[in-house]
Design a protein around this ligand. Sequence first.
Ligand SMILES: C[S@@+](CC[C@H](N)C(=O)[O-])C[C@H]1O[C@@H](n2cnc3c(N)ncnc32)[C@H](O)[C@@H]1O
Length: 266
Amino acid sequence: MTGTDADRLWSASMPAAYEEHLVPVVFRPFADDLSARAAALSPRRILELAAGTGVLTASLLAAAPSAEVTATDLNEAMVTYGSDRAPGALWRQADAQSLPFPDDAFDLVVCQFGVMFFPDKVAAFAEIRRVLAPGGRFLFNTWGPLGTHAFGAAFQAGLERAFPVDTPQFLPAVPHGYSAPALVAADLTAAGFVVEEEHELTLDGRAASVADVATGFLTGTPARAAVEERDAGPGVRAAVVEEMTARLGPGPVTAPMTAYVFRGGA
Ligand SMILES: C[S@@+](CC[C@H](N)C(=O)[O-])C[C@H]1O[C@@H](n2cnc3c(N)ncnc32)[C@H](O)[C@@H]1O
């Protein structure tokens, strides 16, 4: 499933909420993993796609200080936020399906939890391959099924409690909607990549407050639009926090999150 346009939209205050409430718990552990893998390849020119608020960008700049990092994202609000947070990279707005770069321009393309948002994966992967120099690599991660992500699964259960009918489906449909490794590998191959590495990775997320994580999903992701369009009022957050707390405790909590890491050779 590819999701709607609203599922790909981060606007106005959403990047700040995403950065404050979700990045430290959910995204930073995987950014540290991916940047170490990137640095081990010793790339000179790195392109990052769907860079968001720049958690991987900052980690890459630290892990590979001599590399030239170009960071991009579809949403201007993310580019504005990320360029403040990780100014050592060159930032620009770009849709991964239509990259504003010449052929053979990069040694490594990296993307953390972004490919699930690309409407046509094979087309995006072919575009990525176009901008890679011969021998270049595409390194990225995707989420496993929603049930393997303790925070996401608890949040979705909270939404089911708040909206027993017509439950918003952002998490299962988009971030966790491309979670079959064989499909991802087949799409890479269809775009002309050789799949050099593919493995499952489970890391822990540590949250001081489960209510804070609920705020992150409700205000810092496209789930926000789905909730707002149902016009349900403040009871939604209370129901979500109650359900998440019943499942995980109020916090502090340490809980597992499963992803897949892929490396394709151009
Ligand atoms: C879950 S966030 C991941 C952000 C960042 N990589 C991180 O780890 O925090 C997904 C990102 O994909 C971006 N995005 C969605 N569709 C895109 C597209 N077609 N091209 C590039 N970026 C896209 C969104 O703006 C958002 O920043």
